[in-house]
Design a protein around this ligand. Sequence first.
Ligand SMILES: [Zn+2]
Length: 180
Amino acid sequence: MERRTLLKILSALPLAGAAAAQTKRKEVKSVEELQKNWKSLLAEGAAVPSASEPLKLDKEEWRKRLEPASFKVLREEGTERAGTSPLNGEKRAGVFVCAGCGLPLFTSEMKYESGTGWPSFFTTIPGAFQTKKDFLLIYPRTEYHCARCGGHHGHVFDDGPRPTGLRYCNNGVALKFVPA
Ligand SMILES: [Zn+2]
């Protein structure tokens, strides 16, 4: 097609189409931005630990420190019942930190409604998690856990939304929300 013809067609496209194309480009770029600028959603003056200061406790110490439901998920790889977490409906701006050790894991801008009944995210704060394959169900899944305390958070699947296509399916009891 001749360049001039193409330009004519493009200029005839409705503006909504152009705006949608622009949004798409912005969205792709923004994952990196969301990761880089996550601290902009951290409450002012909030002191948060980093993954480079590991928190290692024995099981009994964890049991004393955590609510029973959080202990079951974080330290025994349990799964909370779908739809039970108040964080499913959490829509405020802020940061989700590990309920075990306070490490920042996700921001509110990384969250989306997956309809699964578990808080779901399409990306994470860089360095927040480590992963392993598990075979607790018949098929292999990618388990992820806190890079600082090793606490189990959930599984990551590849049926998430654009632009990452990832779904971090997180147990709500493993998270604490810190409003911005
Ligand atoms: Zn942790």
